[in-house]
Design a protein around this ligand. Structure first.
Ligand code: UD1
Length: 418
């Protein structure tokens, strides 16, 4: 087991280049199962979640080769339509192979997925969508078992909630289904747009990705695709907050500012300077910071994946900030850890009321999930003294070499064996 040691209270200064988006790469890796042949993905981040998805694809008979940031996925020899429990329990996105396997092989057996422990995370909307396309699905002994007699057929599907994963799974199945599928109340996330752009390159007709209605007309013969993954907006947001919380100045390159609209306006409201260029974001923090309110919402609302990080910032803002988490019911595991560092937080159900303090102090804290872990890194960078963060394997699932990028910005952070 490894841990981070951070010597805090240093304003971060310099330039950081973003990696590709984890949450765009995972569904696109699953999409490769719809294709027979080699796909080339560029700007693929080096993360344990991506490695685990690679293991899921390998188990199905896919050949994967990584050369730097390029991942070559050869699906010519897929023999299986079933994945094992061990892998699926580690990665929520493993459920994204359900739609493609079912569409391709008329049968799929996929364990109920695991992933970050941030809430109950059901898959009912994924299953509802696939059932309305003609799938027979049973959930037995922890497995989703799906069959379809004569192939999936396009359908009109209303999602009760704009679930990212359900939108992706249905888009994937619809891409080689007969006829046209309409997804209403679809997720509007940028990662859905990236998936749509990938599938369109292969010959699938898709309209409306990025809006709440997506129309997909299937194509049985999707051709192999070369595609570059969009930059990671959550990594970008984390570095933007790193500049704000340390009173530093960071230039973020390889970015798409249009994916970060809500965070940009929130930071400006707090008193942080943000300047945008085509693919660059400059963030300059200075104290005092104004208190603020944040409510997480489906895209294009404030992303739940940046809630823990902005909660750390609230700890050092003047006055009382209110953070409401509406997407996941258990996404406050960072709060007791921040309290160990001197934060003053009262939790009432889905809401955290954060009373700003003049400074945080170093402490020994534990990461319980990816973004909660990132929030502790941010708090540690700002805190006086040394912060020790345990369980950093969670952080490695979603951040490529975070300590190396932070060291280039002047941070004193070390990865050590526990
Ligand atoms: C994806 C992201 C995750 C992000 C989340 C919300 C990936 C790999 N992960 O997760 O980082 O935090 O979107 O933006 O892209 N729900 C149901 N039934 C379903 C599916 C979801 O009730 O069938 C609920 C969930 O319990 C949750 C909410 O919908 O409360 C959002 O989940 P969803 O958008 O599906 O998130 P993921 O795709 O799992």
């Amino acid at each position: 087991m490894q841990k981070f040691l951070i010597q805090g209270n240093i304003p971060l200064k310099g330039k950081v280049k973003l990696s590709g988006a984890k949450n765009a790469t995972l569904p696109i890796m699953a999409a490769s199962l719809l294709i027979r042949g080699k796909c080339y993905l560029d700007n693929v981040p080096k993360l344990t979640d991506i490695e685990m998805m690679g293991e899921v694809l390998r188990e199905l008979g896919t050949n994967l080769i990584r050369q730097d940031n390029r991942l070559t996925i050869d699906t010519s020899f897929i023999q299986k339509e079933e994945i094992s429990c061990e892998l699926a329990k580690k990665l929520r996105a493993s459920v994204l192979v359900l739609g493609p396997l079912l569409a391709r092989n008329k049968r799929a057996k996929v364990p109920l997925p695991g992933g970050c422990n941030i809430g109950s995370r059901p898959v009912n909307l994924h299953l509802k969508g696939l059932r309305s396309m003609g799938a027979n699905i049973e959930v037995k002994k922890g497995y989703i078992e799906a069959t379809v007699n004569s192939g999936l057929t396009g359908s009109s599907i209303y999602l009760d909630f704009p679930s990212v994963g359900a939108t992706e799974n249905i888009m994937l199945a619809a891409s080689i289904a007969r006829g046209t599928t309409v997804i209403k109340n679809a997720s509007r996330s940028p990662e859905i747009v990236d998936l749509s752009n990938f599938l369109k390159k292969g010959g699938v007709k898709i309209k409306g990705a990025g809006t709440d209605t997506i129309i997909i007309t299937g194509n049985k013969e999707i051709v192999p695709i070369t595609h570059s993954i969009i930059p990671d907006r959550i990594e970008a947001g984390t570095f933007m907050i790193a500049a704000a919380i340390t009173g530093g100045e960071i230039l973020i390159t390889n970015a798409k500012p249009e994916h970060l609209g809500v965070l940009i306006s929130k930071l400006k409201q707090i008193g942080v300077e943000v300047k945008l260029d085509k693919d660059k974001i400059m963030v300059k923090g200075s104290f005092p910071l104004k208190s603020f309110n944040v409510t997480t919402l489906p895209d294009p609302g404030f992303p739940t994946d940046l809630q823990p990080q902005i909660t750390s910032l609230a700890c050092l803002a003047d006055g009382e900030s209110v953070i409401s988490e509406t997407i996941f019911e258990n996404r406050f595991t960072h709060i007791p850890e921040l309290e160990k560092m001197g934060a003053k937080i009262t939790r009432r159900g889905k809401t955290a009321i954060v009373k700003g303090v003049p400074f945080l102090h170093g402490s020994c804290v534990v990461a319980y999930d990816i973004r909660g872990g990132a929030s502790l890194v941010l708090a540690g960078l700002a805190a006086r003294g040394t912060t020790e963060i345990l369980n950093i394997h969670h952080i490695d699932r979603g951040y490529q070499k975070i300590e190396e990028k932070l060291i280039l910005l002047g941070a004193k952070i070390k990865r050590v064996e526990d």
